[in-house]
Design a protein around this ligand. Sequence first.
Ligand code: HEC
Length: 279
Amino acid sequence: MKNSAAMLLLSLVPMLTQQAAVAGPEDDREAFVEYFQSRFPDVAFAEFANGIYAIDEDARGQWLDIEEFPPYEFAVEQGETLWQEALPDGARLADCFGQSTGDIRPAYPRFDAGRGEVVTLAVAINDCRQTQKLPVWPYDSEELISITAYLAYAARGKPVVTQIHADEPGALAAYEEGKRFYYSKRGQLNFACSDCHVTSVGLHVRADRLSPSLGHTTHFPVYRSKLGTVISLHQRFSGCVRDVRAKPFALQSEEFRNLEYFLSYMSNGLEFNGPGARK
Ligand code: HEC
């Protein structure tokens, strides 16, 4: 009797966790993955974490050469130093998080029900600075980006597990906002993100080939050889918005945080592999 009750409970566990995932986003994610898998049937799901290198053999070869002497290594090292540094009161940044270093990156972006908004890793780091009465870092500062590089490196190999809890209507609303942003036409060129990174994926735009959006959030921050520096995901969002000559949004604006939440959910199940290296 006892045994069968335990068996019943065990068999319920997967059902309960499945129900905890909200139907709408989960249906969206499955359709998103299916679309890219049908466009690129020879590309394994896990490969989509590698952006353009998943679908472009030449670019992939160049990238593998670059990875022999990773150009983002200095950022990871600088980030680690800042992470370990004792702050004026003897505390460390790590004390704010109370998690092992490798688990921090995967915990973001998350919906904070108390604040009623999406909190990204960059925001959480600055929140920590504020608690410790230190000035916040600008979102494009080398300090902040290098800490995210260090935390991305520490999380390599862990799965993306973006959560949208059914009992938090604000979380679903933030996701829907991000999704709306992603599919909305904007700018003088009147392009949506999806026009380039879904519909036209794999096509050439001047010197670039368009990467799939599936996996877009796994490898940030990335070293851009064109710029000779490491940039954040929101800086990349900002560049793409500028390229269609649309109204700019601030780094870590609500619009970009919701967009990150949506895209991060789409990448659930892929592995974190940041920092990345791109043209
Ligand atoms: C006119 C086409 C175009 C539109 C519209 C566009 N992008 Fe891009 N995007 C590019 C090109 C070109 C690149 C560089 C090549 C690549 O990786 O796709 C790029 C790169 C990116 C990358 C970096 C990929 C990586 O692996 O490093 C992200 C993330 C991204 N775009 C997100 C967005 C988002 C979000 C939007 C909507 C706000 C958007 N893009 C709209 C053309 C576009």
